[in-house]
Design a protein. Structure first.
Length: 282
């Protein structure tokens, strides 16, 4: 194997850590709220309609090689709960919340009939993954939000039949923001059911500028999360549905670090204000 192609998992430069000792934390339960899993039946169903995750357009040969290595290293961990439990034990994690792997289980660009069926398969698969070890995993789901009525129905099925208490959205639904008026019934139903909505930016809307050095992940994903959250605020979705439960991936993106700038925009310009009664940080 080419020694220049590598992908380290832990520890990394940003995550030094001492050897895990359960004795030091015997009274503490460690919960990872951002894990991913896959449902193989759903992947097989849509395989011919989705691009390979390791061959994103415009990436360098090295980036594609590292992506392929990462896919190989994590493929079984994403699908096998027994292997995952061993990994959690090694990291000292008691329970993991598992969400659909974003680039594999977000079907916003597929034909409606395929997207709706694949979404149901993915949710069934993640529910089964968690059921294999209910004390260690909590399953969350996905919806094909571009088909809003179907997404609402799937949200109800997740809550009522599968025991799934939240669903994941990407930062954009195709070419539309998550705050698009077409999605209003989804947000109303999510609030009504008390479903957690996990906003997980994936990719970026800056084209090829982030193709180098894995910036699409290092910067692009948090940026997409930031845009999605800002849209939900500025378009009034959170004002209309104040009991919505939102979990934002990647530390909420850059929104928290720039809350003052967002508030200034609200207070300084009519278009930034947009009729909202409170500043974005309220």
């Amino acid at each position: 194997m080419d020694e220049s192609v590598w992908s380290r998992y832990e520890p990394s430069a940003a995550r030094p850590r001492r050897e895990w000792s359960r004795a030091r934390f015997k009274d503490v339960q460690s919960i990872d709220c951002h894990g991913h899993a896959v449902a193989r039946e759903s992947l097989e169903f849509v395989r011919s309609a989705l691009p390979s995750p390791a061959q994103q357009p415009g990436l360098s040969a090295l980036a594609n090689a590292v992506n392929a290595l990462h896919d190989k290293d994590t493929r079984d961990l994403l699908a096998d709960p027994k292997l995952r439990i061993a990994s959690l034990d090694a990291m000292g994690i008691d329970r993991q919340v598992i969400w659909p792997t974003p680039h594999l289980h977000s079907y916003y660009t597929l034909p409606s009939d395929i997207a709706i069926r694949a979404t149901a398969m993915a949710n069934d698969g993640l529910a089964a993954f968690a059921a294999a070890a209910p004390g260690r995993f909590t399953a969350m789901g996905t919806v094909a939000l571009q088909e809003t009525d179907a997404a609402v129905a799937e949200l109800e099925r997740c809550a009522g039949q599968l025991g799934i208490r939240g669903v994941q959205l990407l930062g954009r639904i195709g070419n539309r923001e998550v705050s698009d008026p077409a999605f209003e019934p989804f947000w109303a139903k999510a609030e009504e059911l008390g479903m957690l909505v996990f906003v997980h930016g994936s990719g970026n809307s800056l084209g090829g500028r982030l193709n180098r050095h894995n910036l699409v992940n290092a910067i692009g994903n948090p940026l997409e999360t930031t845009i999605a959250l800002s849209s939900l605020i500025s378009d009034g979705v959170l004002e209309r549905y104040p009991r919505l439960r939102i979990l934002a991936a990647h530390g909420g993106g850059f929104l928290g670090a720039y809350s003052g700038r967002s508030d200034h925009n609200w207070g300084a310009r009519a278009d930034g204000y947009n009729g909202l009664p409170h500043p974005p940080s309220f």
